[in-house]
Design a protein around this ligand. Sequence first.
Ligand code: UDP
Length: 239
Amino acid sequence: IKMSLKYKRVLLKLSGEALMGSDPFGINRETIMQMVQQVKEIVELGVEVAIVVGGGNIFRGVSAQAGSMDRATADYMGMLATVMNALALKEALESLGTKARVQSALTMQQVAEAYARPKALQYLEEGKVVIFAAGTGNPFFTTDTAAALRGAEMQCDVMLKATNVDGIYTADPKKDPSATRYQSVTFDEAIKKKLKVMDSTAFTLCQERNLNIVVFGIQKMGALKSVVLGEDEGTLVHN
Ligand code: UDP
C-alpha cells in the first residue's frame, strides 16, 4: 500500500527532557531508542528528517544564571550539552541502521562536522537524518529558535515539536479536566489567547517564515508516523 505523506521534509524538535524518560537527568536508553525507532519509521516512508535537539536534560543556561553564573558562559555550556545529545541520537539511529550526520553550530572538528547549509541539504536529499547540534551557536537563544532557524533554512514543510503533552490545550489538562485539545490554531490566535507554544523569538521566526508547527506527543509509539501521514495527531499552528 502506498501511503501519502502530508510532509516530505520535516524539522523535528526534540527537547533534552524528551530524552530523559523517567530519569532525573541525562539520557534514558529505552526512551532514546523508542524515539529513534519512530524516526527510522518515517525515514523508511521517504520523509527527509532534520532534527534539532535541546540540552535541558544535561544543562540549561537560565537555571545556571540563577546560581550566579555568567549567562553567556552558562549558555555556551547549554549548547555543549546539546552536542552530547546529538551524538547520542546519531549513535542510536545508526544502531538501527538509519544513516545520520551531526552538524554543530559551534565548531569542534574532532567531534562533529561544522554546520554547512549546502552539505546539510545534500544529506537530506540522500535520505540521511541530519542532527543539528549547539543550537544557533549564540547565547541568549533557545533550541526552539534554532529549530525555527534550521527549519526555515532547510526549507522544511513543517516543524514538528515533540512534547510530553499531545498538543495545545485550552487550559492545562493536568489541572483542568475539562480542557480540550486544539486541532489547529493560527499564529495570531495563539498570541491572542496567550497559548504557550514556544518562546517568542522562535514563534515569531516561524510565523514570519511561514513555517507551520505541529505540537504533538512523542511518547506514544507511532505518533511521529501519524503526524507525517496527516492523521489527527497533535495541534497544527499555521498562518
Ligand atoms: N542555548 C543557547 N543558544 C542556542 C540554543 C541553546 O545558548 O541557540 C543554551 C541555553 O543555555 C539553553 C541550553 O542551551 O538553556 C539548552 O537548550 P534548551 O533549553 O533550548 O533545551 P531544551 O529545553 O529543548 O531541552
